[in-house]
Design a binder for this molecule. Sequence first.
Ligand SMILES: Nc1nc2c(c(=O)[nH]1)N[C@H]1C(S)=C(S)[C@@H](COP(=O)(O)O)O[C@H]1N2
Ligand SMILES: [Mo]
Length: 303
Amino acid sequence: MARRWTNTLTAADVTPKATFMNRRQIMAGLGGMAGLAGFGGLPGPARAETLEPNSWEDVTNYCNYYEFGTGKGDPAQYAGQLTTAPWSVKIDGMVERPGDYDFQQILGEMTLEERIYRFRCVEAWSMVVPWTGFELADLLALAGVKSEAKYVAFETLYRPSEMPGTAYRVLDWPYREGLRLDEAMHPLTLMATGIFGKDLPNQNGAPLRLVVPWKYGFKSIKSIVRITLTDKEPQTSWNMANAREYGFYSNVNPEVSHPRWSQASERRLGGGLFASRQDTLMFNGYGDEVASLYEGMDLAKFF
Ligand SMILES: Nc1nc2c(c(=O)[nH]1)N[C@H]1C(S)=C(S)[C@@H](COP(=O)(O)O)O[C@H]1N2
Ligand SMILES: [Mo]
C-alpha cells in the first residue's frame, strides 16, 4: 500500500505531550467521571446528567448522508460499498506543513479518547452517541496553523462510482462545511473515528468525520478528505443550497427558529412512542464551554 504521508514529523512536531496531558487532566477534572468508567473526559452536559446513549441500531440506521440518498435509511443500505482504505486527508492552505496525510498515520499520532456527546440534528431530533476520536486541534497542530488563518474549510470525498446519491444534485458536491478557527480549536470539537468503541461504520462517516456538539448536525461533515486553512469564511453546502434556512454558524439555539419549523424543542430518538419531547438547550447544553466564543454577536443575525 502506497503511503501518501509526505511529511517527516516526529512527536516533537506535534502538540507537546505535557500540553495534551494538561488539557486531558482539566477535562477529566471537569468531567467528574463517577460511574462512567471506560469513557474519557466527559465535557458538557455529561457532567450534569447521565447521558444514556442511544442504541447501536438507532445510531447506525437513522442517518443523514446525502451522498447515499436522502432517506434516513439510505446510508445504512448503500454506504457499505464505499472504499475507506487507503484514505488520506489533504491539509492545505495556511499551514506550515501542507500535504496528503495518510489516515492510519494520523491515527498513530493522535491521542484517542472516548466521549459521550449529545448530538443534535436540525430537524428537531437528538441522539446521544459515544464517540471515539481525537481533538481537531491536535490534527491542526500536526499541520501547523499559520497566524493569518481565520477559518477551517472541510470537504467530503466525492466519488460518484461508490456514492449513488451524488447522481442527484440535491447539494452541490462535494459536501462542504466550515468552522471559525476558534471553534475548530475548541477542545469539544472532535474528529470522530469510532462509535461505541468500534470503527465508524461507513454510514456514520468512515473513516473520520467531524463532531461539533453545540451545533446542528449538518456541521458534522462525514468522510473528510480535505481540510483547508483560510482567511475567508468558507462556503458550506447547506448555506449554498438555502442561505435563508442555513447560516454559517448553525449553533443550536432554541430562540432562533428555522423558517419552516420551531427549534425550541426536540425529540430524543429511540424512545419509541413515548419518546419525550424536551426543551432544546442553548448551544445544545454546552453553553458553559462555548458561549464565550460568541460574546457580542447577534446570534439571530449570525445563525
Ligand atoms: N458528507 C456529508 N456529511 C454529513 C451529511 C451529509 O449528507 N453528507 N449530513 C449531515 C447531517 S444533516 C447530519 S444530521 C449528520 C448525521 O450524522 P449521523 O448520520 O452520524 O447521525 O451528518 C452530517 N454530515
Ligand atoms: Mo441534519
